[in-house]
Write a protein that binds this ligand. Sequence first.
Ligand SMILES: Cc1cc2nc3c(=O)[nH]c(=O)nc-3n(C[C@H](O)[C@H](O)[C@H](O)COP(=O)(O)OP(=O)(O)OC[C@H]3O[C@@H](n4cnc5c(N)ncnc54)[C@H](O)[C@@H]3O)c2cc1C
Length: 389
Amino acid sequence: MAAGESFDVYRLPDEHQAIREAVREVCAAKVAPHAAEADETGEFPKASYDALRAADFHAPHIPEEFGGAGADALATAIVIEEVARACASSSLIPAVNKLGTMPLLLAGSAEIKSRYLTPVAAGDAMFSYCLSEPEAGSDAASMTTRAVRDGDHWVLNGVKRWITNAGVSEFYTVFAVTDPSARSRGISAFVVEKSDSGVSFGAPEKKLGIKGSPTREVYLDNVRIPADRMIGAEGTGFATAMKTLDHTRVTIAAQAVGIAQGALDYAKGYVAERRQFGKAVAEFQGIQFMLADMGMKLEAARQLTYAAAGKSERGDADLTYFGAAAKCFASDAAMEITTDAVQLLGGYGYTRDYPVERMMRDAKITQIYEGTNQVQRIVMARQLLADVV
Ligand SMILES: Cc1cc2nc3c(=O)[nH]c(=O)nc-3n(C[C@H](O)[C@H](O)[C@H](O)COP(=O)(O)OP(=O)(O)OC[C@H]3O[C@@H](n4cnc5c(N)ncnc54)[C@H](O)[C@@H]3O)c2cc1C
């Protein structure tokens, strides 16, 4: 290949650049202005939802055949990244719509997909994902929520914990034990509707960050649903849950990248303005080195996230490794970058008058959910050692 001909290799396609610009514009005008308020009040940012829905960014991954925007995994990651740059709580709208619907996309029948994905694409309903329980977090396969067959229905009983957007979402992917003797192979996935008799919600958790995204328990008390609400075959639910996370850890990585970018952008502007010892603090090399490290880690996180998004889109065999690596690396980077952003603002960074302390609190959750970063390291090590142990 002649010199100069390789310029198109390994760069974001123009259409993805255009999506970034479009999301950034919507977020600057209609999402960022509500971010501090969502954090302060702990209320779901309805105005952000409306703005994202109007621009078709609320569930961009849903295929066109169901009325969705049909964004690929990289475009979806960019949407989530850009929303998170403005408001991490709002970024859980597209992220959790993907998390909740992914089991259907991966394993659902044509009928169940069409019935449930269409209203999500239209913005008439949101979808949550119910895997975790009070006693089953990292060890999700030890869940005790039970589904028992009763004629052509299933009856569900149990408690799901930490469910993002619970109460706001109309639909829930619920994982439940259908055969207690088979452990992870005895778990099945179901769609439960908010309006099903026996479904109720706990009080919103009082959290450190992402306060505008409600997190609540979901109680299932003799919830009787038709058998055709099972997603995929009986006993395949846990495998579907894990495959889902392979794809959606990429979206959490994107969320982390966005939060970190928001913090770096704000801190950069601040150090250029703030003067001490007769000059802008940005002129001190100690500050410049911090900024350089922040920018370097951020870009490394972004590149790994986009590479993982490509693997998610193609369904590559090494997605499990890349999804875990991207989520783990990007969330650790976001925690460091947002903490450094607070440092760059000095005492002002420690107050709610400036957005970086919110970003630091919001970044923390990306190291915890969809599997803690210890769990991501277990996943990566298992993949790395697969051919030698
Ligand atoms: C705000 C929020 C939103 C969430 N949203 C959802 C949601 O929408 N749907 C859903 O299903 N879940 C959700 N979760 C749950 C989340 O995925 C779990 O909290 C997470 O998987 C960890 O489980 P746990 O909290 O029970 O921690 P535990 O599993 O009890 O872990 C405690 C500590 O032990 C460590 N640990 C555990 N096992 C090991 C091991 N084998 N080796 C080394 N260290 C280990 C963990 O890393 C952690 O540091 C959410 C959680 C939060 C806080």
